[in-house]
Ligand binder design. Sequence first.
Ligand code: C5P
Length: 221
Amino acid sequence: VREPDLAGRHVVVSAGGTREPLDPVRFLGNRSSGKQGYALARTAAARGARVTLIAANTGLPDPAGVDVVQVGTAVQLREAVLKAAADADAVVMAAAVADFRPAAYAAGKIKKKDDQEPDPIVLLRNPDILAEISAERARPGQVVVGFAAETDDVLANGRAKLRRKGCDLLVVNEVGERKTFGSEENEAVVLGADGSETPVPHGPKEALAETVWDLVTRRLG
Ligand code: C5P
């Protein structure tokens, strides 16, 4: 049994993937299962933390002893994360947030028109929640963690992203066909703003989650 090294701490974890609606029945979305975020929430609760899990379209059962807030879109995820982060010691953004959303929402189902080309979908940029919470820490010493899925030049792209986002830790995953999405396992490198590099060998998502909390706990002092 692990010591409750997160006792007295409030941590916020986002999980899943946002869905950006086009009309009442259609959306732009992604393949994030939410499993890594749920593993982070479960392990933090087991280590004694008060946990707020912001869940976007995961369809997973609520983990025991965790406060779960369900959201749909990136804009809703931002609202929920900012609210929960106000008194949080750490925020871990494991959710796959859509970079763009459709500029228009059709209140009725979009119909196909005979003999006519479809209308293009115009997109707007979504807010970058990770960059925002990193730039404006809700409390001094708050630890902010991001995730990044990269297909090539994993470490170089990860380093650049860590700087761009301004977070303390960035968990970099190599993704590709049959890798990571929906699977029970993960393999990653955790990059620190202090220049540190922590490789996490292929294994259960819980193991990666424990490593993230080890690194967060060390930074909380
Ligand atoms: O830029 P990229 O999408 O690769 O960054 C991934 C990280 O940034 C994840 O931690 C994700 O939760 C976060 N993110 C965000 N808001 C966005 C896009 C990504 O917080 N609009």
